[in-house]
Structures are given as C-alpha cells and as structure tokens.
Design a protein around this ligand. Structure first.
Ligand code: ATP
Ligand code: MG
Ligand code: FE
Length: 337
C-alpha cells in the first residue's frame, strides 16, 4: 500500500508518501516558524492562510521526491485533530478533495497517534504493548499502547504541557519561539544544580504531570533577581528548569513501566527531541533493564510521515472515513472512529 499523508494541525505544512507501513519515500515539511516567532507563538489565523498557500506545492513535492504519480497512491491520509481548527481544515479539505477526485479511500488520523507511531519508522522491532511518554507542544501524556491504534491514557498534565513550559520559560529569558531547542542548547552550558526549582510529583502513585508551578517559580526567580538587581545566569536557569521537567518525566515513566510490567518504553512528540530527556531516560532504562525507543529529530516534531504510518495500521484494520470527515480541534486519543 502506498499512502499519501497530509499534516496541517499547527504551524508546519507537511506531506509524505509512505509505503507498506513504515517505509518513508518522502517527507516534505514547510515550517512557518519564521512567520510566527515575531509574535512569540503561533498565530492561528496566519497559520491557516499559510497552509492554504503552501499545501498544493508541498503535496506535489512529496509525490515528486517519492517518484510517484497520483495514480500510484492507494490511500489518502490526513490529520483531523487535535489542533487549530482553521489549520486542520486546510489539510482535511485537501485530503477529501483528492480522495474524491481519485476515488481512493480516505483515512483521518489522530495527531498524537501519529507522534506515537513515529517510533515504528526506525524501530522495526518495536511492537505493542509498550509504554509511551508523549510530550509535545500541547500534550503531556503517559500512554499504554495496548495495540496499534489502541491506547490507555494513565497520566496527563493537569495544566501546561511540557513543550508549553519550555516555550514560556524561553520567552521569559528572551530566547524566543520555539523555546525547546533553544533551552536545550543553552542548558548544555549551564549547571543543572545551580537553582533549586520545584519538581511536581503530585499525590503518591499519580502518573499525572503539572508544569505550571515550575513555570511560576521560574518567573518569580527572574522577577526577584531583577528587584535585587542581580544578574541572571540564563544557562544555569535553563539547565535547572530543564532538570526539573526531565527528572519528573523520567521517574514517572519508569514507575509506570514497572507498575504495568512493561519492558519497552517509547518517547513521542516535540519534547522527545530534548537531549537531556533522552540521556536521563536512557540511563534509567539501562539501570532497570528496559529498552528505550525514540524517533530521530525530524520525526519527533510535526511531520506527515508519522501520520502515514499511523494511517497504515488503521488501513489494515479497515478504518475508512467518509467525505463528511471534519476537523475536530479537541479530538481525544483513543476516541472510537
Ligand atoms: P501537539 O503535538 O501537542 O499538538 P505541537 O504539534 O505544537 O503540539 P510538536 O510539534 O509535537 O507540538 O512539538 C513542538 C514542541 O516541542 C514545542 O513546544 C517545542 O518547544 C518542543 N521542542 C522541540 N524541540 C525540543 C527540545 N530539543 N527540547 C525541548 N522541547 C523541544
Ligand atoms: Mg510546530
Ligand atoms: Fe505535534
């Protein structure tokens, strides 16, 4: 099966051609970061307009790079939620139009299911069940992947997502958007033990996360330094903040893996690109004789290849969508199709 996949849920316009599940023939990503960063974050209206301008060219390029004609495509797949409604609609409308014109099956994909499925691209040995820490710009979930397309969320954030915390702290120290990669880089020059920021473990046994208290503690620290006219060491701040996030993510994931008797752990979403998280999780997995998987950087952040992979497992299960497929901005993971 050859799948043409489209992703427009946030600020990257992406199209990919995916063959037989996990063979990525092309994965074209047109990022709008430069447009949004002057506003310090994604502006939904600008995102939708830019998707409209880019989508046809991105799809054409994906087909060209894969050396495929439209006739070679068997399935059209598209992210239909969660995400920005106006952004999602551009992909959904394009996919529906193509599926109709070509008379090919249409499959709507959950964006987070895509992030999780990105792990299958480079880890052909990884099969459910496994435990996945999903940490992205809008989500922080601990998920038991029971089977392809079958998920049990055992923990989630009660306030900010992990990526959101990175982005907000980055803005506060003037590093700009998107904050994750910038904090990650700066933290390498800092001392992670320099500042004692809070680590939110919540009630005993809870797999939930909370990052807003940490974010406030960072903002308070910055304000206090300003009031006392003390110079802030941004590298130490970045390293200490990152350590507070990463320590909790690692300890809760390992605890859950033990409790659920899982030997395989996967990371997914943009924050899975974080070097400190990868390193600490790797170490913890080694100590506990667990195996860690994560996608390479390009498959961690938003891309259409991961959507094509998720669509493949839906396809073999017989999932199909009609031309009434709509964008669902708050689509829940594991929601029945
Ligand atoms: P969602 O997937 O929840 O809908 P999204 O699609 O906007 O949200 P992703 O593209 O998956 O999010 O990830 C983007 C997020 O990942 C941003 O918050 C960004 O700061 C963060 N991020 C990217 N690289 C890194 C990194 N190296 N370290 C930490 N965070 C990172
Ligand atoms: Mg993005
Ligand atoms: Fe995403």
């Amino acid at each position: 099966v050859t799948i043409l996949a489209i992703e427009t849920s946030c600020d990257e316009t992406s199209a990919a051609v995916v063959e037989n599940g996990t063979n990525i023939l092309s994965n074209v990503i047109s990022s709008q970061i430069d447009l949004h960063k002057i506003y310090g974050g994604v502006v939904p209206e600008i995102a939708s307009r830019k998707h409209i301008e880019k989508i046809n060219g991105v799809i054409e390029e994906a087909l060209e790079m894969a050396n495929k004609a439209l006739d070679d495509i068997d399935v059209i797949a598209v992210t239909y939620g969660p995400g920005l409604v106006g952004a999602l609609l551009v992909g959904v409308a394009s996919a529906k139009a193509m599926a109709y014109a070509l008379n090919k099956p249409l499959i709507g994909v959950h964006h987070i299911e895509g992030h999780i499925s990105a792990n299958f691209i480079e880890h052909k040995d990884l099969k459910p069940p496994f435990i996945c820490l999903v940490v992205s710009g809008g989500h922080s979930h601990l998920v038991i992947v029971k089977d392809y397309g079958e998920f049990e969320i055992i923990g989630k954030t009660r306030d900010d997502a992990a990526g959101e915390a990175f982005d907000k702290v980055s803005r506060a120290i003037g590093l700009g958007y998107p904050g994750g990669p910038k904090i990650d880089k700066l933290a390498k020059e800092g001392n992670k033990k320099a500042i004692d920021f809070p680590k939110a473990y919540l009630e005993e046994g809870s797999y939930d996360f909370s990052f807003s208290g940490l974010k406030s503690a960072v903002l308070n620290y910055i304000n206090q330094c300003k009031m006392k006219d003390e110079k802030i060491n941004n590298a130490d701040l970045a390293a200490s903040f990152q350590e507070s996030v990463v320590e909790v993510l690692v300890n809760k994931t390992i605890k859950a893996a033990k409790d659920y008797n899982m030997k395989n752990i996967a990371l997914a979403g943009g924050v899975a690109a974080n070097s400190a998280l990868r390193e600490k999780m790797n170490k913890a997995c080694e100590e506990n004789e667990m195996k860690l998987h994560y996608p390479s950087l390009v498959y961690c952040t938003d891309n259409a290849a991961m959507i094509g992979v998720a669509a493949y497992y839906d396809y073999i299960k017989g999932v199909r969508h009609g031309y009434d497929l709509n964008a669902v901005p708050n689509l829940k993971l594991g929601q029945k199709k």
